[in-house]
Structures are given as structure tokens and as C-alpha cells.
Design a protein around this ligand. Structure first.
Ligand SMILES: NC(=O)c1ccc[n+]([C@@H]2O[C@H](COP(=O)([O-])OP(=O)(O)OC[C@H]3O[C@@H](n4cnc5c(N)ncnc54)[C@H](O)[C@@H]3O)[C@@H](O)[C@H]2O)c1
Length: 126
């Protein structure tokens, strides 16, 4: 799959989730947004005009994955651990939960943190 085809696929799948390909009025929280998958999703959503809140504690993600989005009006980065509660002033339309270490080597090293990111992390994002 080439890059454009991959991006088209992300837009199609997000459109199916949102029930529309008009993302302009949507506020989307992407947890783990500085990671490999999350940063791609942030990029596509920003390009499609959604208002993106990228939340990440940068344990395995990188600032450089999102540095090119930092000056966009429809992109906001919050450094935060999603296993801790967080409250937002704005309404959130969609939460895309990608915040979790993903490497099988990390599963052995950080089992509790990974478990918390995928349990408390979902709760904290709501
Ligand atoms: N990469 C793949 O091929 C793949 C395939 C299937 C499923 N997944 C799943 O998708 C998710 C993301 O994978 P990835 O490859 O982008 O991993 P990644 O490590 O690149 O991204 C995960 C992001 O979550 C952040 N994070 C971790 N714990 C956090 C916490 N408590 N609070 C806030 N941020 C936190 C990390 O800093 C990182 O930026 C994982 O759940 C992974 O298991 C990935």
C-alpha cells in the first residue's frame, strides 16, 4: 500500500466512524497522538480540518512526530499521562485511544503501565 492509498484508507475509516467525511466541526481527542499510529491519525485529521487535541506523556512517542503540526490552529498538544484524570473545557466528539506502549519487548518490562493505559486510560479519557 503506497502512502496516498494509506491516507485515503484512514480518511475512509474515520469517515465511517464519524458518519461523515466532513470533519470540520469535530473535536477529536487522540491519546498517544505523538506515537507511530497516533501521529498519523493526528496528521490526517488536521489536514481534514478537524480540531485535534493530541494527548501524550511521551514515554515512547516523540515530539518530532508532531512538531510539524504544532503551529496549526486546529491542533493542540497536551503532555499528560492518560491513567490520571483529565478534564476538558471543550466538548469532545470522538476519542481515539492509541496511548499504550506497543512493542512486545515493552510488554515484559512495563506490564502494569500498559495494563493501566488500556483500562484506567480509557476511563480517564471519558
Ligand atoms: N504499530 C502497530 O503496528 C500496531 C498494530 C496493532 C495495534 N497497535 C496498537 O496501537 C496502539 C499505538 O501503537 P503505536 O505503534 O502507535 O505505539 P507507540 O509507542 O508509537 O505510540 C503509543 C503512544 O502512547 C503514548 N503513551 C503510552 N502510555 C501513555 C499514557 N499512560 N498516557 C499518555 N500517553 C501514553 C506513548 O508516549 C506513545 O506516543 C497500541 O495500543 C498498540 O498496541 C499498534
Amino acid at each position: 500500500m503506497n502512502m496516498n492509498k494509506g491516507i485515503e484508507e484512514i480518511i475512509k475509516n474515520l469517515g465511517d466512524i464519524f458518519g461523515s467525511k466532513n470533519f470540520g466541526d469535530k473535536i477529536v481527542l487522540v491519546t498517544g497522538g505523538a506515537g507511530f499510529l497516533g501521529s498519523w491519525i493526528c496528521e490526517v485529521l488536521v489536514e481534514q480540518g478537524a480540531n485535534v487535541i493530541c494527548l501524550d506523556n511521551l514515554v515512547s512517542g516523540l515530539n518530532s512526530n508532531i512538531s510539524h503540526l504544532m503551529d496549526k490552529d486546529n491542533f493542540k498538544f497536551i503532555q499528560h499521562d492518560i491513567t490520571q484524570p483529565i478534564f476538558f473545557d471543550e466538548r469532545i466528539d470522538v476519542v481515539m485511544h492509541l496511548a499504550s506502549r506497543a512493542s512486545p519487548f515493552e510488554f515484559e518490562k512495563f506490564p502494569i503501565q500498559i495494563l493501566k493505559a488500556n483500562t484506567l486510560g480509557i476511563w480517564g479519557g471519558l
